[in-house]
Design a protein around this ligand. Structure first.
Ligand code: ADP
Ligand code: MG
Length: 233
């Protein structure tokens, strides 16, 4: 079943076309990796799907569970089950880690969520979601909060960024957790090792998808810069 269907999305900022008739489908319960060089439009697309202010498409459709999201605000999309972990993780000065993890659902167990993202609960339950956490720690805590939202679609924008290489396995474990919970994942990543756990992968270049398929050949195309052929190079 198609959970998310993006059709011919167009978005410009300044005088630059960022999404150029972008189309992509994410199936229910599918991990779909999205790879592409810096500036290809991945984070812009993520903000558009989530419904962030200023990211409405000039044309095209965002269809989630067979209904159009084009006119839905960010909180309405969240209520329908779309959640996102931002490329730049959030910071809330003065908010404790357990309070942050249980903001939406007080019945959640913050320790279990921390364990799921590879953090030792006793070291973090008394901390605050502020600048005293390292970027990698904040990123993991944000992933834990998105996990706790039990979304139907999780958009993870470079969940591996700021995470040390040895911890790639933790990130892979979290992504699989989403799938085990019945969620679909749009997984934006530059790391081949992470993209390979996806059911399908798509390569984005200059605001469009230029190929979709099994993760191994698609990430090989990315690594070998085959997308340059699209520039006539
Ligand atoms: P990615 O996440 O794939 O690295 P982004 O979606 O962040 O790419 O950005 C795509 C391109 O759009 C980049 O060249 C970026 O500089 C540009 N861009 C993003 N937002 C704006 C904006 N508000 N105004 C002008 N250019 C923007
Ligand atoms: Mg980005």
């Amino acid at each position: 079943m198609e959970l998310l269907k993006l059709r011919d999305l167009v978005f410009s900022a300044g005088n630059k076309v960022i999404l150029d008739r972008f189309s992509l489908t994410v199936e229910a319960c599918e991990i779909h990796a999205l790879v592409g060089t810096n500036g290809s439009g991945k984070s812009t697309l993520a903000a558009m799907i989530m419904g962030c202010e200023g990211y409405a498409p000039a044309s095209g459709d965002i269809i989630f569970d067979q209904r159009s999201l084009n006119d839905q605000k960010i909180h309405e999309r969240a209520r329908l089950g779309i959640a996102m972990a931002w490329q730049e993780p959030v910071r809330f000065e003065g908010l404790g880690v357990p309070e942050y993890l249980t903001l939406r659902d007080s019945s959640l167990d913050p320790a279990a969520l921390l364990t799921a993202v590879g953090l030792e609960p006793s070291l973090y339950l008394h901390r605050q979601v502020d600048r005293s956490l390292s970027g990698g720690e904040r990123r993991r805590i944000e992933l834990a909060s998105v996990l706790g939202l039990k979304p139907r679609l999780a958009i993870l924008d470079e969940p591996d960024s700021g995470i040390d290489m040895l911890s790639t396995g933790d990130i892979i474990g979290v992504v699989k957790r989403f799938k085990d919970n019945g969620a679909a994942v749009l997984l934006i990543t530059h790391q081949e090792e992470i993209a390979r756990i996806a059911d399908r992968a798509s390569l984005m270049h200059r605001g469009r998808i230029i190929c979709t398929g099994k993760p191994v050949p698609v990430t090989a195309w990315y690594r070998e810069k085959k997308y340059l052929a699209w520039d006539g190079e």
